[in-house]
Write a protein that binds this ligand. Structure first.
Ligand SMILES: C[S@@+](CC[C@H](N)C(=O)[O-])C[C@H]1O[C@@H](n2cnc3c(N)ncnc32)[C@H](O)[C@@H]1O
Length: 425
């Protein structure tokens, strides 16, 4: 593997390329590096590689011509990578893919960045080290070189260790222990001392699954899981933060089409469908709020029919879903019930089809790790300002950029819950 590093700061690479595994790989010829200086491709007296940005603004921009010439000096079929914050975030799959190349050029920007026309002149793959800004592409290039080189035969002491690391199978790695067996009152899991390879390997797989499930659940999307893995992940699900998510459907006070506060009737569809969403995603509970006594009685009768009554006997799955419903007088009562159940008052998140909200789905997901969260759903023409004023935040509407935004509350609920929880907990 030959890395051609295009940089105006060659000294940046001195020690990283001369020590550790990368240094050894270079000594053994497994990895080769060339440092290419854009200044060598300039023709003016000062070897200028940067200039002021058109349109004004702070800082300098790397000029296209020295880079154009530097890139043209590369061997044929050289893979060309531009390190830039707007590139695809670098990951282990990309590292494995790049390790199949023979020559890789790494274009390191500096200053405010590079004249964008370079991207039109070459087939450059844009790669980012992550969603943050570095002073230059050099640190990003080093990350890439290290992780790509680890896939090269002979680079690692034991080749199999690459296959066991984090991300190699789409999972985070299991935890490691080494001597001493006891440290500051902390021991080593018994199974690792057992010498039983089968049990050790199962323990490691489960810890990998557990770490991934808890810390980076979205990685599970790309992972091949056995039936045994799925059974294990299901056993973790009962501790899921999804249990901290509660829903309430408000029938009063809501707005009517004339812009006045009013009361709506319960609907069978919302009772059933939202209860089914709650059970499918493992949520904490579903509170239907209406101040009307006859509506409360109707709701309770319906729930009784589908749980303990004939409906529930004929359809036990429906009985499971509808047994998660509580009928309340109003939002305050729902909040008190959750406070009793969870031992702490929930964060209240209102919903609306209008505006752009002030909390995102991802932010609600993070809140679930800290405690209960109640999503407040409206009926009629939406929650009244009196209800919204009780909320800590307003969730971003589904399709908030669309001029037509008229989902039924049950459709919107399914989408919102999926965006908050998805398949990940
Ligand atoms: C100071 S940065 C320029 C940042 C640019 N003004 C912006 O806001 O996106 C200079 C150079 O550092 C490199 N760089 C900075 N952050 C990076 C990242 N997260 N991943 C890869 N390269 C990065 C790029 O080569 C970039 O051209």
């Amino acid at each position: 593997m030959h890395f051609h590093i295009i940089t105006i700061l060659p000294e940046f690479f001195e020690s990283p390329l001369s020590c550790g595994l990368l240094g050894k790989a270079i000594e053994k010829g497994i990895v080769q590096t060339s440092l290419i200086f854009p200044r060598d491709f300039t023709s003016d007296r000062h070897s200028t590689v940067d200039d002021r940005p058109y349109g004004g603004g702070p800082g300098m921009v790397m000029m296209v011509d020295p880079l154009f010439k530097a890139l043209n000096s590369l061997p044929e079929n050289c893979k060309k990578i531009l390190l830039t914050p707007k590139g695809s975030p670098f990951n282990q799959q990309a590292a494995r893919r790049f390790s199949r190349e023979r020559d890789i050029a790494l274009v390191c920007g500096r200053y405010e960045g590079i004249d964008t026309r370079i991207e039109k002149l070459f087939d450059l793959e844009e790669v980012s080290a992550g969603d943050y800004v570095l002073n230059g592409g050099e640190a990003a290039a080093l990350c890439l070189m290290e992780s790509v080189s680890r896939f090269l035969p002979g680079f690692m002491g034991k080749q199999e260790s690459v296959g066991e690391e984090s991300f190699s199978e789409g999972l985070l790695e299991y935890p490691h222990y080494t001597r001493p067996e006891q440290y500051q009152g902390l021991g080593v899991p018994e199974v690792l001392l057992s010498g039983h390879h089968g049990r050790i390997s199962r323990w490691r797989r489960e810890r990998s699954l557990e770490n991934t499930f808890r810390l980076r659940p979205r990685l599970l999307d790309e992972t091949t899981l056995s039936n045994e893995d799925i059974d294990f992940l299901r056993s973790l699900e009962k501790f899921s933060p999804a249990r901290n998510l509660y829903l309430s459907l408000i029938h009063a006070p809501v707005m009517n089409k004339t812009g006045k506060e009013s009361v709506t009737s319960l609907t069978n569809l919302d009772i059933h469908d939202i209860a089914r969403v709650c059970e499918t995603f493992g949520l904490g509970g579903y509170y239907i709020c209406t101040p009307l006594k006859d509506q409360q009685a109707l709701g309770k009768r319906l729930i009784a029919h589908w749980t303990t009554g004939a409906g529930g006997q004929g359809n036990p799955d429906r009985a499971v879903a509808l047994s998660g419903i509580s009928i309340c007088e109003n939002l305050d009562e729902a909040i008190s019930c959750i406070e009793i159940q969870a031992g702490i008052k929930p964060q209240i998140i209102a919903t609306s089809a209008r505006g752009s909200g002030n909390i995102t789905f991802g932010e609600v997901r993070s809140l679930l790790n800290r405690g209960p969260v109640l999503i407040v759903l409206g009926t009629g023409y939406g929650l009244s300002p009196a209800v919204v004023s009780l909320a800590d935040a307003i969730l971003r509407p589904v399709r908030y950029l669309s001029p037509f935004n008229h989902l039924s509350v049950r459709s919107a609920t399914s989408i919102m819950v999926d965006r908050i929880i998805g398949d990940y907990y």
